[in-house]
Ligand binder design. Structure first.
Ligand SMILES: Cc1cc2nc3c(=O)[nH]c(=O)nc-3n(C[C@H](O)[C@H](O)[C@H](O)COP(=O)(O)OP(=O)(O)OC[C@H]3O[C@@H](n4cnc5c(N)ncnc54)[C@H](O)[C@@H]3O)c2cc1C
Length: 428
């Protein structure tokens, strides 16, 4: 082990560039910022952290989206968060949209995560726009009578649970391609039965072992208006006035495909190959964490654990400590599925113990870890009052440490424009 990195900042704090402020990126950034040893620059195309574990409740509860779209403005003290879209990531610099010169780093943390069809995740870059589209979908859910959810993995199940709990009169159909909900033969039978029973008690109609084929351009958003679909196997007809697509996440690797680290992507998964220190294969100062990394199950709490580990690792590498600890992969991840605000089922990592609705309500379903993540972002129950250019007091540091002109530093801290997305397009 040992770190090379750029030698340009001899007299200055080393630059840690973190691309992506999701669960992994924010933990890593906070942990390194607190040491005071580094100049941490977290880049995200959005101006806010999306607590997407809780997004589905925003489809049913008024004003809920405001709690889970949390500005980055209070996250860092010594470093800064900048709003910019990274277009290309290479071993010697990171390119952002709206600037010709690359940004250099001593350490690079790639935490670009994954995208999911709305409402699971949202691609809007400003909080006000994201709140507005969550308000719109909540109104559409409210106005619909027949709702179809395609995909019975965790997201489809949780969406069905939210709607069925808050709107018991609606006809909800959940279609899943597997013989059980979730993924078969992975969890205890009790977990599958508990989830299915709870949804059926809420009158959700579940069709298993069957598919609804959508035209390929309809995978990234919900589908409005009355549609009648016929399932592929049993030829069951399903009519819906609102259809949600919950068929899985897309890895955010577009910026990697444009740079010199492309060859470090696993050809099958599209994720970065990392070693036991979460270093990208072949590099001592470049790391990948969370959903963009090939290591471990893709879950928010594991992304956060990786981010925290990496913060400690980079600090110990910087102090030239010998024998840093390897990242310990959690062999059996916990799965906690909420079913509306009152129910749910889970399986814990220790001994595969399953838990039911009563405990799930206390642990997750009641408030979906919202206070915990607001507090991580240094927010309480107060509603957002996002500061414009909150890190402008870092103007001098950006100029001197990143070697930017005053104008360039000012522009970066004010936030660079992002590329336009097609209507309904996710970001991946
Ligand atoms: C609806 C839903 C519910 C879920 N529920 C749970 C749950 O209950 N428990 C659990 O453990 N997991 C859950 N997950 C999974 C979990 O959300 C992911 O594993 C987690 O988001 C991964 O975190 P991350 O930090 O790797 O990336 P993300 O959270 O995806 O964050 C990546 C960040 O990078 C930014 N970014 C990406 N590319 C660029 C670029 N080129 N330029 C600038 N910025 C960029 C994005 O804007 C984003 O902010 C859920 C997922 C969904 C969709």
């Amino acid at each position: 082990m040992g770190v090379t990195g750029s030698q340009e900042n001899n007299e200055k704090k080393p630059v840690v560039l973190i691309v992506g402020g999701g669960y992994a990126g924010i933990q890593c950034a906070k942990s390194l910022d607190e040491t005071g040893l580094f100049f941490v620059v977290l880049i995200d195309r959005k101006s806010y952290f999306l607590h997407n574990v809780a997004t589905l409740r925003a489809t049913v509860e008024e004003n809920f989206s405001q709690k889970i779209l949390i500005p980055y403005d209070r996250l860092l003290t010594n470093g800064c968060v900048v709003k910019a879209e990274v277009t290309s990531i290479s071993h010697d610099g990171v390119q952002v949209h709206g600037r010709n010169e690359p940004i250099h780093f001593d350490y690079l943390v790639i935490a670009t995560g994954s995208s999911y069809a709305f409402p699971g995740k949202v691609a809007e870059t400003e909080i006000s726009n994201a709140i507005s589209i969550y308000n719109t979908i909540r109104e559409k859910v409210n106005a619909s009578q027949k709702i179809l959810i395609i995909g019975g993995g965790p997201v489809g199940i949780e969406l069905a649970g939210e709607i069925a709990t808050d709107f018991p009169g609606k006809e909800i159909t959940l279609v899943h391609s597997q013989p059980t909900l979730l993924y078969p033969n992975v969890f205890k039978q009790k977990l599958y039965s508990s989830i299915q029973d709870q949804l059926e008690i809420l009158n959700v109609k579940i069709i298993l072992n069957d598919r609804i084929q959508l035209p390929s351009n309809q995978h990234t958003n919900y589908i409005e208006g009355k549609n009648t679909y016929v399932t592929q196997t049993s030829k069951t007809s399903v009519t819906a006035d609102l259809t949600f697509v919950c068929t899985g996440a897309h890895v955010n690797n577009r910026s990697l495909l444009n740079g010199s680290l492309k060859s470090k992507l696993n050809a099958q998964t599209g994720r970065l190959i990392v070693n036991n220190y979460l270093q990208v294969d072949g590099f001592e100062n470049i790391f990948a964490v969370g959903d963009i990394s090939d290591k471990e199950t893709k879950l928010a709490y594991l992304a956060a654990e990786q981010g925290t580990y990496l913060g400690k690792l980079i600090a110990s590498l910087h102090k030239k400590k010998s024998n840093p600890k390897e990242y310990k992969v959690n062999p059996n991840a916990a799965i906690l599925i909420s079913i509306g605000r009152n129910g749910g089922a889970g399986q814990l990592p220790f001994g595969g113990i399953t838990i039911g609705g009563f405990l799930m309500k206390q642990i997750k379903s009641k408030e979906l870890f919202t206070s915990r993540y607001r507090s991580s972002m240094n927010y309480g129950s107060d509603t957002q009052s996002e500061t414009k250019s909150p890190y402008l007091n870092k103007l001098d540091s950006v100029q001197s440490i990143l070697s930017f002109s005053e104008e360039d530093a000012r522009n970066l801290l004010a936030g660079l424009p992002t590329k336009e997305l097609e209507p309904g397009q996710d970001f991946s």
